[in-house]
Design a protein around this ligand. Structure first.
Ligand code: ASP
Ligand code: MG
Length: 592
């Protein structure tokens, strides 16, 4: 018999009528022959209301009591949902997180799931009951109630789908699905029929904000396709399936996103030797600041500029922490800019296609938008721009990649609306434990690349476009691109290309240097070390662990770029093997 998990968000259970609509949907699924587990959020804005109530009592509520309070929202909605189902003549039982046996760690208000027991749910399902699970909550070892962080019901739903080996996980919400970009910002945004876990992970943290990131990490780790759809649609209008595959096999770019309120910090002229990144980022970890983009390119004179971004709200904390560290390291100065935004394009296809980044850069140049910094991963290009040009930048890239139009080779729905491949019993046992631990898929070494740098090019619109158009015109596949914030109206642009293309690329750069100004440096033998995995974003400290392992091995980091699913560093070629060994042992406990 097939099993379906249906999750209803706050807006989908906001009042009695909506609860009845959701109840009918679950009953219908049951009548169609499925076992049904519902996961329900608190009604409407109930959680916000509870947070506000706590604030009226104290500025500093205890986290344990906060969880005690917030978990009540979901307890109300599961009970009402059960009553609604009863009144419609079907059988249902509501359960709290604790009653199901969702065990979490004890980090109140942001707890992580450790294990889930399925016995009780299975027994109820076999007896023909609809199981209604309270989202967002669990209990720790001492039976304290915990919550998973705001928006955490998504994570409950996907986690239950994973441990129950569900055939489908449907997320009912108040939007039609996942869009190519935020439709409130770009009217032409289009609902995608499907999108891959990796793409949505990159997009989610980039500001698309569709689902709790941790739920997507679960989906990916346990191969659970997630169907996001509108609870208000009466017909069975399909939404967006988040699965292993992307909507199109050929499209390079599938979505674009904007993170508006970023702040940029540059630590200028740091002596370039092992351990500098570690020193800086461990200071930030101490004060609990999550670092977003990290960009480091090789310096011209043995010193490096390290640039990174944080959310604007974290800027004061960040500066306080970093300034001390920078002085200790002997850096020249710390610069910052609190008026920047990050615009990114994401797509599985860009890993294998040339001429993607340069199109983005050209689209921005055509709008007269200067790129302040660039970082890339295999499936993402992010640029930092001035905040007052951010919206124009997002619109420009959305239209450049024709995201408003469905791809010609769009994969149809029917092919994906079911969970691929059933997990083995052993697999399921593994799923029941250590659910949300960081999982590193691979630590790898790539010695096929050469590093190219163009120092001191003018920092003005169109320069990056010119550089990468020239490279793309010759069909050279660029891997990492890194550009730090320019100083004195000059910027440094670095990237890597296959070693076989190095002379070819050098030639192009020399020509560009005569046209644009600047100086070329080629590092023929570099090694790229990558750590790739699930939870890189939500488990802060992956980058830190990497920097630490490398610093302890005496390895200098030349270039860094980060994303949600991967951290890349470039080191000297002859240190590649030692670096790989150091990273493998540093991540041994979480390497899958
Ligand atoms: N009710 C919780 C919140 O508002 C959990 C959820 O809705 O997913 O954050
Ligand atoms: Mg919610």
């Amino acid at each position: 018999m097939s099993l379906i998990v249906q999750k209803f968000g706050g807006t989908s259970v906001a009042d009695a009528e909506k609860i009845r609509v959701a109840a009918r949907r679950a009953i219908r699924a049951q009548q169609e022959g499925h076992q049904v587990v519902m996961v329900v959020s608190a009604m409407g804005h109930q959680t916000d209301y509870l947070v506000d109530l706590a604030r009226q009592i104290t500025d500093d509520p205890s986290a344990r009591e906060m969880d005690m309070l917030l978990s009540t929202g979901e307890q109300v909605s599961v009970a009402l949902m059960a009553m609604a189902i009863h009144s419609l003549g079907a059988e249902a039982v509501s359960l709290t997180g604790g009653q199901i046996g969702i065990r979490t760690d004890s980090s109140h208000t942001k707890a992580r799931i450790k294990s889930i027991s399925t016995d009780r749910m299975k027994k109820l399902l076999e007896n023909g009951k609809i199981v209604i699970a309270a989202g967002f909550q669990g209990i720790d070892e001492d039976f304290n109630i915990t919550t998973l962080g705001r928006g955490g019901s998504d994570t409950t739903a996907v986690a239950l789908a994973a441990v129950l080996n569900a055939d489908a996980c449907e997320i009912y919400t108040d939007v039609d699905g996942v869009f190519t970009t935020d439709p409130r910002l770009v009217a032409e945004a289009r609902k995608m029929d499907r999108v891959s876990h990796d793409e949505i992970l990159e997009l989610a943290s980039l500001g698309a904000g569709v689902m709790h990131s941790r739920s997507i990490e679960f989906g990916k780790k346990f191969n659970v396709p997630i169907h996001v759809r509108n609870s208000a649609s009466f017909s069975d209008e399909p939404g967006t399936v988040i699965g292993a595959e992307s909507e199109s096999a050929n499209r390079a770019v599938t979505g674009a996103a904007l993170t508006k309120n970023e702040a940029q910090i540059t630590i200028a002229r740091v002596p370039d030797h092992p351990g500098t990144s570690l020193a800086i980022f461990s200071k930030l970890a101490e004060v609990n600041v999550a670092v977003d983009m990290i960009v480091q390119n090789p310096g011209a004179d043995g010193s490096a500029d390290i640039m990174f971004t944080v959310l604007e709200d974290d800027l004061p904390k960040t500066l306080a922490a970093v300034k001390k560290g920078a002085v200790e390291l002997g850096a020249e100065t710390v610069l910052h800019d609190a008026s920047v935004s990050k615009v990114s394009i994401v797509g599985l296809g860009m890993a294998t296609q040339t001429g993607v980044a340069d199109r983005m850069f050209r689209a921005l140049a055509d709008e007269g938008i200067n790129i302040e910094a660039i970082t890339t991963s295999e499936i993402k290009v992010s640029v930092l721009v001035n905040r007052d040009q951010a919206l124009a930048a997002l619109r420009a890239v959305h239209s450049e990649f024709e995201l408003d139009r469905p791809p010609r080779d769009r994969r149809a729905y029917g092919e994906v609306s079911k969970v691929g491949g059933k997990a083995s019993p052993l697999d399921i046992v593994a799923r029941l434990q250590r659910m949300e631990d960081l999982a590193i898929e691979s630590v790898s070494l790539d010695q096929s690349q050469a590093q190219m740098t163009l120092f001191d090019v003018p920092d003005r619109p169109g320069v990056s476009a010119t550089i990468f158009e020239a490279i793309a015109a010759e069909n050279i596949l660029v891997d990492m691109i890194v550009q730090s914030i320019g100083r004195d109206d000059l910027a440094d642009v670095s990237f890597t290309v296959p070693r076989a293309e190095m002379e070819h690329a050098r030639h192009i750069l020399h020509r560009l240097a005569t046209e644009l100004g600047g100086e070329v440096r080629v590092e023929p033998a570099v090694a790229i070390l990558s750590v790739k995995g699930i939870g890189i974003r939500s488990h802060t400290g992956v980058g830190l662990r990497m920097f630490k392992a490398l610093a302890e091995t005496g390895i200098n980091v030349d270039m860094v770029s980060t994303s949600e699913i991967r951290v890349n560093v470039v080191v000297e070629a002859n240190q590649g093997e030692a670096g790989l060994a150091a990273l493998k042992s540093a991540f041994a406990d979480v390497l899958g």
